[in-house]
Design a protein around this ligand. Structure first.
Ligand code: F6P
Length: 545
């Protein structure tokens, strides 16, 4: 049975954390490092190919102990059991959330339907990668266009980019393209450069009703039909694969049954890259690589299920975020990968975290009296240093930062002509990552005290950060990292007493947009609109204001 959640702010532990925040609010990280020479040892954990250093977060062992007690008080252990036993933890949609089942090894004998779909996906991937899958004119497929949005794009896009250099040299893989935006800007640009004869379209949509995706898919379909002198059974068979939880809608749209890959209602869209939605990832690293990614995620699942909270990476990072958000009032977090292969990680986490925990009503339907998910954004770290690090160092707002880097890189290019230069660039990037997190934490306390600085050159420091170091960026470590984030989100949701698995906030906008289409078609017939919407609609429609 899913435990009921009492109201958080009456908790005695919550009150003690508030007292601690008041007492320690102005304590500086420089002093914390001075006071505890073992601070890194006390505030870091390693497992699954990840090193997580949260010693630059503004907390001490007493606060961490209270946060761990808070996790117990919020029945975190029971909630984890509910999650992994398939209980309906998604209370508003009465669904379970079993993305963890997608990466359980087949040896457990669990989820035969999951492994059937994985095998079906693998068969298609192998046919494409070996050139056996042919276009309707007999050509080998050279380009695959993934048409999908949100969780049907962000995970595959991010992981395919992250693992692009992981592909075994043997396979000649197709070029991947991603079209998501409903305005047609991406699909038009992509199709402009492609050859219809050698193009395969993946229509990825859990619901198969998302208008962004259906319009992009229709545009691709018309492009192919024009190229082939009209639509045909061969065109649909050779150039479209559908990936959805709704077979009937795929069939209605024209995806042939043998080209349909399924996943399930119990997989949330933003948790679905482990399913056939992850096909672009498999086309990048091969099915063995994709299975390695699943194995890495499964290893993190076991870590999350078995480690005590004080050694449990998703629990620790979830609690640290709660401390920053609810007690230090730091409501922004910057995700800063110092490895350009993770350039899409910030956008992926924006959906995973803000669509999961951007909630203001408890599971019991009560308005919350405390903050939940922060604003999350990010950029490749070295580039962000030329964009918004000024604000991080000398602005007025507290921002928590998350640095990511890889210890080993360019091992596969070690014999290339540019190996020495690339290794030097990797080292330079990591040096900048260390320098920035140090300066953000210690401020001018990291600089030569003998040098007097004018006000505009002062560095206040005390901006908290966590640094995650991947041994190397491989399918397995990426799988562990992403599962870690999924479970961190769940930990926060349990502490806050919210449901992380629904997203009602994105539904109404879609409905209003449909009404707005009618307004744009005939602004003068519109009624009941605010003056702004009315004037803008008229302006766009070219009618008089
Ligand atoms: O943003 C709302 C949302 O439902 C996401 O949760 C989902 O990932 C995305 O739209 C796409 O949905 P679908 O995969 O059903 O097309």
């Amino acid at each position: 049975m899913v435990p009921e959640q009492d109201v958080l702010t009456v908790s005695s532990i919550w009150a003690r954390l508030e007292q601690y925040a008041q007492q320690h609010r102005h304590e500086h990280l420089a002093d914390m490092f001075e006071a505890d020479k073992e601070r890194f040892q006390h505030f870091s954990q390693s497992d699954c190919g990840l090193l997580v250093d949260y010693s630059k977060q503004r907390l001490n062992t007493d606060i961490l102990s209270l946060l761990v007690q808070l996790a117990d008080e919020r029945h975190l252990g029971h909630w984890i059991e509910c999650l992994f036993s398939g209980q309906r933890v998604n209370c508003t949609e009465q669904r379970s959330a079993m993305h963890w089942r997608l990466r359980e090894p087949s040896t457990t004998g669990a989820s035969p339907e999951v492994h059937d779909q994985l095998d079906a996906m693998g068969a298609m991937v192998d046919r494409i990668l070996t050139g056996q899958w042919r276009g309707s004119q007999g050509d080998v497929i050279t380009d695959v266009v993934n048409v999908g949005v949100g969780g049907s794009e962000l995970g595959p896009l991010m992981a395919a980019a992250a693992l692009h250099s992981s592909m075994p040299a043997t396979g000649k893989r197709p070029r991947l393209h991603f079209a998501s935006s409903m305005d047609g800007s991406q699909i038009s640009q992509i199709l402009h450069d492609l050859d219809p004869r050698t193009t395969l379209v993946l229509v990825s949509s859990k619901s198969f009703t998302t208008i962004d995706t259906l319009h992009n898919a229709n545009t691709a379909r018309a492009w192919l039909a024009r190229a082939f002198g009209g639509e045909s059974e061969a065109m649909m068979r050779c150039h479209f694969i559908g990936i959805s939880s709704n077979a009937a809608r795929m069939t209605d749209w024209g995806i042939q049954p043998q080209n349909q890959l399924m996943f399930w209602e119990w997989t949330g869209g933003r948790y679905s890259l482990w399913s056939a939605i992850g096909m672009p990832i498999a086309l990048t690293v091969g099915m063995d690589g994709f299975r390695d990614m699943l194995a890495g995620a499964h290893a993190m699942d076991e870590h999350f299920r078995t480690r005590r909270w004080a050694e449990n990476i998703p629990v620790l990072l979830g609690l640290v975020d709660v401390w920053n958000i609810n007690f230090l009032n730091i409501t922004a977090r910057a995700v800063l990968p110092y490895d350009g292969r993770l350039k899409h990680l910030p956008a992926y986490l924006e959906q995973l975290e803000m669509e999961s925990n951007g909630k203001s009503v408890s599971r019991a339907g009560k308005p919350l009296e405390y903050n939940t998910c922060p604003v999350i954004w990010g950029e490749v770290g070295p580039n962000a240093q030329h964009a918004f690090f000024q604000l991080l160092h000398q602005g007025t707002l507290p921002v928590a930062c998350e640095f990511l880097m890889t210890a080993r890189r360019y091992t596969e290019q070690m014999h290339s002509a540019s190996a020495k230069e690339l290794e030097g660039q990797h080292r330079l990037s990591n040096a900048n990552c260390l320098a920035q997190s140090r300066l953000l934490a210690l401020g001018e306390r990291a600089l030569d005290p003998k040098v007097a600085l004018p006000p505009y050159k002062r560095y206040r420091g005390n901006q908290p950060s966590t640094t995650l170091v991947l041994d190397e960026l491989s399918p397995r470590t990426l799988g562990a990292l992403l599962a870690m984030y999924e479970h961190k989100v769940f930990v926060q949701a349990v502490i806050w007493g919210i449901n992380p698995f629904d997203q009602w906030g994105v539904e109404m906008g879609k409905l209003i947009a449909t009404d707005m289409l009618d307004v744009l078609a005939d602004p003068d017939s519109a009624s009941g609109l605010d003056a702004s919407s009315m004037a803008l609609a008229r302006h766009i429609a070219g009618s008089s204001l």
